[in-house]
Design a protein around this ligand. Structure first.
Ligand SMILES: *[C@@H]1O[C@H](CO)[C@@H](O)[C@H](O)[C@H]1NC(C)=O
Ligand SMILES: *[C@@H]1O[C@H](CO)[C@@H](O)[C@H](O)[C@H]1NC(C)=O
Length: 407
């Protein structure tokens, strides 16, 4: 009888544990937020690759956050030529017809104070990415055979105007944010976002995993530079990049933050892993530069890397830091450069703010960003080299990198 009781006890304990874990998971997932299409954009030619209307998800602000706006630009790589844009056109990254209707808001988008203390009650908007050019493209002509629309810059403006009309024009506080291709877009559009808002609005920009560097790949080639050149040519992006950069160098280079971000006037916070896993997989060791697949297993899990590969990655980190230094000093800038094998750290609750989330200077990303936005404390911190930071959640991939970067 005694044993029987113990057994029942243990079982119910496990149940309770599971239940609590489930509740925690449910809570950290945050709310599901429905999609809003912008059909009026179509008449202006502000459309996704396939000609469908742009879209975003908006969770309204309340209480003290009612007049504050956080705009999070979705990421998802780029398409650099007609072939890769045709592949993308029939996915959620090229058509609003393919997008899911509700997405969970977590991390910087979370609506709970406990998980997102500085932005939880703001108007939080996730702008869907369906143009393949980090919102920079603008080609008037549409080829009737491919029916591809290169209109990212028009999408940007149409969505911003829609949000201004929905109350963003009265914003007291505003943040333009984004991850990956969206993090790059938040750098590229930072000052134009500032210009859309009243002088009195406190405006800052945040780039998560958007600091892509012009590094050589492991075969000694310039894969990413060629890729960005093709991208800018295909999408007609040059006229929408920073004129202070395009007046000095080839437009393709003006897609790299290291050549253009020093010109930005609006305060900017850069969150990036110095061993950004997307950059390691697609800039340092893209498949084309590694035909024998020596890098495959290392790219899946940093624990699999050989000492020689770690050495190459340490060199990559140094190049990353040199590229970052090209920004010059600014007291308004924020920096959280950790030494994790990671990509995008603001929208995952476990990386943004949880008891075991990554720390620099004992500070979570959520706290560093909040302190910087509200001028409580500037934060500019670069981590020591891998594997020095025990708080990292190093990413483990199941699949090799896709042939077309970042699907
Ligand atoms: C690191 O933390 C200490 C104390 O918590 C603080 O005084 C210092 O300003 C922080 N450094 C940075 C770069 O934020
Ligand atoms: C288009 O770009 C992809 C890389 O995204 C490359 O593999 C392919 O060869 C390119 N196609 C053409 C026709 O240039």
């Amino acid at each position: 009888m005694f044993d029987m009781h113990r057994m029942v006890d243990t079982t119910s304990c496990q149940w309770l544990h599971l239940l609590l874990l489930g509740l925690l998971w449910f809570k950290t997932q945050g709310v599901y937020v429905p999609i809003t299409y912008v059909p009026s954009a179509v008449a202006r030619g502000a459309v996704c690759l396939d000609g469908s209307p742009p879209a975003y998800h908006w969770d309204r602000g309340y209480g003290t956050g009612i007049n504050s706006w956080l705009i999070q630009l979705e990421g998802g790589g780029w398409c650099n030529n007609v072939t890769s844009c045709l592949v993308r056109k029939n996915t959620h990254l090229g058509s609003s017809k393919r997008m899911v209707k509700r997405i969970p808001f977590s991390g910087i988008l979370n609506n709970k104070h406990q998980f997102n203390p500085d932005f939880y009650n703001w108007n939080r908007v996730k702008v869907r990415y369906c143009d393949g050019s980090s919102f920079t493209g603008d080609v008037a002509a549409v080829n009737p055979v491919t029916n591809l629309h290169f209109r990212g810059a028009r999408v940007w403006l149409a969505v911003m105007e829609d949000l201004l009309a929905k109350g963003m024009r009265n914003a007291e506080n505003a943040v333009l944010s984004g991850c990956s291709a969206g993090g790059l877009a938040s750098i590229l559009h930072c000052d134009s976002f500032r210009a859309l808002l009243p002088m009195g609005t406190k405006v800052k920009c945040l780039s998560d995993a958007g600091y892509f560097i012009n590094a050589m790949d492991v075969s000694g080639g310039h894969y990413i530079e060629a890729f960005f050149n093709q991208l800018v040519a295909t999408h007609g992006s040059a006229k929408n990049l920073l004129p202070s950069c395009t007046s000095r160098m080839r437009p393709g280079l003006c897609f790299f933050p290291e050549y253009m971000a020093q010109q930005i006037q609006t305060p900017l916070f850069i969150i990036n892993a110095a061993y950004d896993s997307w950059q390691i997989r697609n800039i340092l060791a893209p498949g084309i530069a590694d035909p024998h697949g020596y890098w495959e297993s290392c790219k899946l899990d940093i624990k699999n890397c050989l000492p020689s590969q770690i050495k190459t990655m340490q060199d990559f980190r140094l190049q990353f830091l040199v590229a970052l230094l090209r920004l010059g000093k600014s007291s308004s800038r924020g920096m959280f450069i950790d030494s994790c094998y990671a990509h995008c750290q603001t929208e995952m609750q476990g990386l943004w703010l949880m008891p075991d989330s990554p720390l620099l200077n004992k500070t979570s990303i959520a706290k560093a960003v909040g302190d910087w936005f509200y001028d409580r404390n500037p934060f500019q911190k670069i981590d020591c080299a891998y594997p020095c930071n025990p708080t990292c959640h190093n990413r483990i991939y199941e699949q090799p990198a896709h042939h077309y970067p970042n699907f």
